[in-house]
Write a protein that binds this ligand. Structure first.
Ligand SMILES: [Zn+2]
Length: 176
């Protein structure tokens, strides 16, 4: 599996965990406070895994490209209490809550990986990167694809954006 595929599988796993705890709350098996705490922990764990995956993926890319064994950086994501945002969703009326939580869980996991990959490229002084689209990429992301940006340029990502970064080590050769 490619990095993008593995990341999307991870986002799907996190989404399923949050939805399982959402259903437990809806069925009256756990309290709302428990749901918020458990789901926040799932999102944090998913963020840790996404960060490790991004770190490892860049190290593997550089190992293959340079023929040297490049170790991971051991990047740790910022500590986030996800409960306030989860509570805000719970208080929203007129929406399909399960769908909202599914979208939120995916988006948080994907964004955490995008941030970690960007941080890793900056720390390693990677000269450039280009956007890799996921299957259902929106028109804006499709417009942004193809360009090579500086390695420390932040990645634009909308909520739920499933695009990933790919390093470009020799910009002249790639854009020719
Ligand atoms: Zn995108």
């Amino acid at each position: 599996m490619t990095y993008t595929e593995t990341l999307h599988k991870l986002a799907t796993d996190t989404e399923a965990q949050v939805l399982t705890s959402f259903r437990s709350w809806q069925e009256g098996n756990i309290t709302q406070a428990d749901f918020l705490a458990v789901s926040s922990a799932f999102l944090a764990a998913g963020g840790n895994r996404a960060t490790g995956l991004a770190d490892l993926s860049l190290a593997a890319f550089l190992s293959a490209a340079t023929g040297r064994a490049v170790p991971t950086l051991g990047i740790v994501p910022p500590e986030v209490d996800h409960r306030p945002e989860l509570a805000t969703i719970a208080a929203t009326t007129g929406v399909d809550l399960a769908e909202q939580y599914a979208t939120h869980a995916r988006a948080v996991t994907l964004a955490t990986a995008q941030d970690a990959y960007g941080q890793a490229m900056t720390e390693r002084s990677v000269p450039g990167w280009t956007r890799v689209l996921n299957g259902g990429a929106c028109p804006l992301c499709q417009d942004l694809a193809g360009a090579v940006l500086p390695g420390d340029a932040p990645m634009y990502h909308h909520k739920g954006c499933g695009c990933t970064q790919r390093p470009v080590l020799n910009q002249r050769r790639e854009s020719a």
